[in-house]
Design a protein around this ligand. Structure first.
Ligand SMILES: [Zn+2]
Length: 354
């Protein structure tokens, strides 16, 4: 009788419906909000989401300031729903006052309520020293900035390198999104630019930086540009057990790898993987309308939710490929969709102290 009951429980658990999308608490830790129109926030809240908006690109200080103002005003209007991450400008990097100015800027952002700092892929792929060598993230001139972020108990969010596909010919790329993007943007297609640093070189610089700053809280964007292989990610996550990886715009790379292997990987590293999408909401192209936001809910967030929470046979939007959902255990969903983000981004969902 006991065994029969146990079997029933297992069977029931096996066919249990996925948790409800709308009510499950969820955080998207990688979005880009550049708008003063906050009407979309209602749709976000109706779907029980919180967002972390990242200011990205190491632009001129005045451009960064403008983008940060969007982010921080959205945070101030909706502190329970939206968190803001700032970024730094590389203008004047190498000049004596750069470090002091950068730390003063970060202090201003933290005082306003920013909880994280994003450093973009242009460090390692664009900026050069006067002798034309590339500037990498382990350059000692970044150390005081990284020490300051750590001392202020903020998080470094780092997009470094690109997907492995970027260094492959178009015909060998594993996902359609990458081959069409790099066909349209040959200037970013590193296979065509062998004089630029390799993915391995850029990621090695990241790892040297992390070893110099073992107590810095670190989230690698886009699965840390190791998206092509759960084995490569596993090796890295074992080496850096306190750090996290966001999945933004790279979930598709899980779908082209072995289903069971990916599922086992996510379950094993359930404390270090963080949900994110890379969606943008801005005033360009009318994309702040409620209708547009509802489309994001249906086409991005719902699709990902079905992939992680059900074992349905699903189709990509481009209809090229079918793939099966992972049906992750509910406690794992709880971590990747919510708990890990709160742990890696202290202050998310809270009013500023001052
Ligand atoms: Zn992004």
């Amino acid at each position: 009788m006991k065994n029969y009951l146990l079997l029933c429980c297992i069977l029931i658990a096996g066919c249990s419906p996925a948790p409800d999308f709308k009510t499950f608490p969820k955080i998207d830790t990688h979005v880009h909000l550049e708008t003063a129109d906050d009407s979309f926030v209602q749709v976000v809240e109706d779907n029980n989401f919180q967002l972390l908006t990242l200011v990205t690109r190491s632009e001129k200080p005045e451009v960064i300031k403008k983008e940060f103002d969007f982010a921080i005003n959205l945070y101030k209007g909706h502190p329970k729903t939206i968190g803001a991450a700032t970024t730094i400008s590389m203008e004047g990097f190498g000049e004596p006052e750069w470090q002091e100015n950068t730390i003063a800027w970060l202090q201003e952002c933290f005082d306003a309520g920013a909880i994280a700092v994003k450093i973009w892929k242009d460090v390692g792929m664009t900026f050069r020293n006067p002798d034309s060598t590339f500037v990498f993230i382990d350059d000692p001139r970044f150390d005081p900035i990284l020490d300051f972020i750590e001392a202020q108990n903020k998080t470094l969010v780092n997009h470094t390198a690109e997907p492995k596909n970027c260094w492959l010919p178009l015909s060998e790329m594993t996902v359609l999104g990458d081959s069409s993007y790099f066909a349209e943007h040959p200037q970013y297609h590193m296979y065509l630019h062998p004089d630029y640093p390799s993915r391995e070189e850029i990621l090695a610089a990241r790892d040297r930086m992390l070893k110099k700053h073992p107590n810095l809280r670190y989230v690698g964007c886009h699965l840390g540009s190791m998206e092509w292989s759960v084995d490569e990610m596993a090796t890295w996550l074992d080496q850096f057990p306190n750090y996290g990886l966001d999945m933004a715009a790279r979930i598709v790379h899980f779908k082209v790898q072995d289903h069971e292997k990916v599922r086992d990987f996510i379950i094993k590293y359930q404390d270090q993987l963080i949900y994110g999408t890379d969606i943008a909401i801005n005033d360009r192209g009318n994309s702040t309308t409620k209708e547009t936001i509802q489309n994001i809910v249906n086409e991005v967030w719902m699709d990902d939710w079905k992939y992680f929470s059900t074992d349905d046979l699903l189709k990509q939007h481009d209809k090229v490929k079918e793939y099966q959902g992972l049906k992750l255990p509910v406690p794992v969903l709880q971590k990747i969709y919510h708990d890990n983000a709160l742990r890696m981004f202290p202050g998310l969902g809270q009013d500023a102290v001052n």
